[in-house]
Design a protein around this ligand. Structure first.
Ligand code: NAP
Length: 292
C-alpha cells in the first residue's frame, strides 16, 4: 500500500505559493489577506483555525482572526461580514463551521461576497461549479482532486464511490470526480446495502464522520481509499476507515491525520491566493488611465 501523504504534498504546494507571493511583494504589491471568523469555543474549530493561521504565516499571507462569543446575534455577525466585504486588504474570508444553532450558516455564508469566498461555499460559487464554470471550489473536494493528481492517479473510467452527501464534501467531490470522468455513486445513511456499493469501488471517498465505518470486507483489492473523516476516539484522531485492516488490501490510502486535512488548508490558501490575484488585477485596471 502506498500512503498518500497529504502533509508533504501540501507543504510542497504551499512552498510554490509562497514563492509566487514573494514575487508579488518584491514587485511592491501588498501580501494577500485572509479573514477568519470564529464563533464560540469549539476546541476542534479552535485547532483548525490555528492551523489555518499558521499556514497563512508560512506562505507570507496576512490573516485576521475575528472571535465572536457563542451567543452572538446574527446582526452582529452580519456587521462583521459586511465590514470585511468592504475591506480592500481582505482578499478571502471564511466563517469557521460549525456555528451555533441559533445562527443560519447558509444565510451568513451567502452574505460573504462571492469574490471573497475562500471556502467556495457561497451559493453562486457552488452554482458555477455544478455548471462546470470557472469558480472558487470548496476546499476539501478540490484538495482531494489536487492530491490524486499529485500521485498521478487518473480517475477517468474508474468506479468512484463517495460515502456522504454533505454540501461541503460528499456532494461536491462527486461532481468533481464526475468532471474528471469517473463513474460516481453517492452513498449516505439511507443507502440500504453500503457494502454492495463500496465493494465495486476503484476509488472510495469516505466522508461520513463515523469512525470504523469502512472495514476490510467492504473494499475491493487494490482500491484507492480517501478518508475524509476526522473523529476523536479515546483522545486520538481517527478517520472513517479502519486503517489497520485496510492497509493490506488497498493500493493507495490517505492517513488520518496527515491526509486530506492538510490539503484542505492548502486549498484554502490557494483559493485566497486566486482571489488576491483577481483583486490586484481589478485594482490595476481601475488605476489604468482611460478606464472608468
Ligand atoms: P456531514 O455533513 O455530517 O455529512 C455526513 C454524511 O455522511 C451524510 O451525508 C450522511 O448521510 C452520511 N452518513 C453518516 N453516517 C453514515 C453511515 N453509517 N453510512 C453511510 N453514510 C453515512 O459531514 P461532513 O461535513 O461531510 O464531514 C464528514 C466527516 O469529514 C467529519 O468527520 C468531518 O469532521 C470530516 N471533515 C474533514 C475535513 C478535512 O479537511 N479533513 C473537511 C470536512 C469534513 P445523510 O445525508 O443521509 O445524513
Amino acid at each position: 500500500m502506498i500512503l498518500i501523504d497529504g502533509k508533504a504534498t501540501a507543504r510542497q504546494l504551499n512552498e510554490d505559493i509562497k514563492a509566487k507571493i514573494d514575487g508579488f511583494v518584491q514587485k511592491g504589491e501588498r501580501p494577500p489577506g485572509l479573514a477568519i471568523i470564529l464563533i464560540g469555543e469549539n476546541p476542534a474549530s479552535l485547532s483548525y483555525v490555528k492551523g489555518k493561521g499558521k499556514a497563512c504565516l508560512s506562505v507570507g499571507m496576512t490573516h485576521e482572526l475575528i472571535r465572536l462569543p457563542e451567543d452572538v446575534t446574527s446582526e452582529a455577525v452580519e456587521k462583521v461580514i459586511t465590514r470585511l466585504n468592504q475591506d480592500p486588504l481582505v482578499d478571502g474570508m471564511i466563517l469557521q463551521l460549525p456555528i451555533p444553532r441559533h445562527l443560519d450558516a447558509d444565510r451568513l455564508i451567502d452574505l460573504i461576497s462571492k469574490d471573497k469566498d475562500a471556502d467556495g461555499f457561497h451559493v453562486i460559487n457552488q452554482g458555477y461549479m455544478y455548471q462546470k464554470k470557472p469558480s472558487i471550489k470548496p476546499a476539501t473536494p478540490k484538495g482531494i482532486m489536487t492530491l490524486l493528481k499529485a500521485y498521478d492517479l487518473d480517475v477517468a473510467g474508474m468506479n468512484a464511490v463517495v460515502i456522504g452527501r454533505s454540501n461541503i464534501v460528499g456532494f461536491p467531490i462527486a461532481r468533481l470526480l464526475m468532471d474528471a470522468n469517473a463513474t460516481v455513486t453517492i452513498c449516505h445513511s439511507r443507502t440500504s446495502d453500503l457494502k454492495q456499493h463500496t465493494k465495486e469501488a476503484d476509488l472510495l471517498v469516505v466522508s461520513a464522520g463515523r469512525p470504523g465505518l469502512v472495514t476490510k470486507d467492504m473494499v475491493k483489492k487494490g482500491a484507492i481509499v480517501i478518508d475524509v473523516g476526522v473523529n476523536r476516539v479515546d483522545g486520538k484522531l481517527v478517520g472513517d476507515v479502519d486503517f489497520e485492516q485496510l492497509k493490506d488490501v488497498v493500493s493507495y490510502m490517505t492517513p488520518v491525520p496527515g491526509g486530506v486535512g492538510p490539503m484542505t488548508i492548502h486549498t484554502l490558501i490557494h483559493n485566497t491566493f486566486e482571489l488576491y490575484q483577481a483583486n490586484i488585477k481589478t485594482k490595476d485596471q481601475l488605476n489604468t488611465p482611460g478606464i472608468l
